[in-house]
Design a protein around this ligand. Sequence first.
Ligand code: CAA
Length: 382
Amino acid sequence: MNFILSETEKLLQKTAREFADNHLRPEVIERDKNAEFPAEQIKMMGDLGFMGMMISEKYGGSGMDTVSYCIALEEIAKADASSAVIMSVNNSLVCQLIEKHGTEEQKQNFLSKLASGKWLGAFSLSEPQSGSDASNMRTFAKKEKDHYIINGTKNWVTNGISSDVVLVMCLTEKNVGYNGITTFIIEKGTKGFSTGKKEDKLGIRGSDTCELYFDNCKVSEKNRLGEEGNGFKIALSTLDGGRIGIATQALGIAKESLDRSVSYANEREQFGKKIGKFGAIKSKISKMAINIDAARLLIYRAAKMKDLGLSFKKEAAMAKSFASKIAMEAATECVQIFGGYGYVRETGVERLIRDAKITQIYEGTSEIQELVIAREILGGNI
Ligand code: CAA
C-alpha cells in the first residue's frame, strides 16, 4: 500500500490543475449564472485525454487506471463541478460501459469517438416514475425483425442536450422485472428521438440535464449493447464505477471549500487579528481537512480495488456516501467562514453549496448508497 503519488501521478495532477486554473476557473461564475455549457473547455479536455482516461489507447483512450482518473477529476471538480460531471459521465458511465460490453463494431463506431473527446456521451436510466427504483421503467423497445421500435420518456439525463450518443435502458420484455431491461446506443438525429428543455437547476448549472423522448424511434439491433435482458445489471455495475467519479467530484468541491476557507481565514481580519487565529475557525478548518483526507482514502481504495478487478460495489458506495456528505458540510462551513461575502455570487463560494447538493442525489441517493452498503454487510435483499 502506497499513500504517496508517483511522479507520473504528480505530473498528471499538475497538468489537470493548470488546465483547470487556466481554462475552467476564469469564467466559472458566469457559466453558472447563465447555465452555459463549457463546450470549448470539454473539447480541450478531450485533447488532453481526459474524456476517455481509462479506455485502451486502441480505442482512442488514455489507457490509465482509475486512481489516475480520480486524481485528474478532483482537480477539474475543484475549479468547476459542472465540467467534472460532464467528464465523469462520459468516462465512467458511457466509455467504460461500451468498452466492457460493446461489440468490436460498436467500439470502432462509437467508443473511439467518445474516448478521444470528438463526441460526448450520455447515460439514461431514470424515468419520471422510476428514480431510486430504477428497474420500474416503462420505456419499451419492441423487437421487429432486425430492429427495435422504442417509445417512452426518460429524464434527468446529464449531457442529454450536448451529447452525440446516449446509452438508453429500455424494457424489451414486460412482467419479468429487471430481467426484461436492455441497453441501446442511440445516436442523436435518429428519427423519433428528441430532447426536452434544459432543466433549470440549483447547481452544476454549466452541465445540461434534460428529458429524452422516443416516439416510434427505430434502432437497429446492431445498436443493442449486450444481451437482451441484461441491461439492468450492466447499468448497475457501470454505476459502481460512476459512483467513484461522483465521489471524486464531491471531493473536489470539498477541497475547493477548504482552500478558499484557508485563504480567507489568513486574509480577513476581525477584532484586530486574522480570523484564522480564532479557535472557532481553526476547528472548522481542521474538521474539513480530516474529512477530505478520509474521503480521498475511501475513493482511492475503491478505485484501486476496481483496477485490481476486485468487487468494489460496497467501497464505491461508501466513498460516494461519505464524500458527498462532507462536501455539503465543507461548502456550508466555507460560506459560514466568508459570512456575508460568502452569501453573494461574486465570491464564488455559494456555488459550492449548490454544486455539492447534487452529489447526494444523482447516481444513487445517499440513502440508496446506504442500502447497497447494508445489503453487502448484512447479506440478502433487505
Ligand atoms: N452490479 C451488477 N449486478 C448487480 C449490481 C451491481 N452493482 N447490483 C445488483 N445487481 C444485480 C443483482 O444481483 C440482481 O441480479 P440477480 O437476481 O441475478 O442476482 C439484479 O441486479 C437486481 O438487483 P437488486 O435485486 O439489488 O435490485 P433492486 O431493484 O432491489 O435495486 C438498487 C437495487 C440498489 C436500489 C438500484 O435500483 C439502484 O442502485 N438504484 C439507484 C439508481 C441510480 O443510481 N440511478 C442513477 C441514475 S444515472 C445518473 O444519475 C447519471 C447522471 O446523470 C449523473
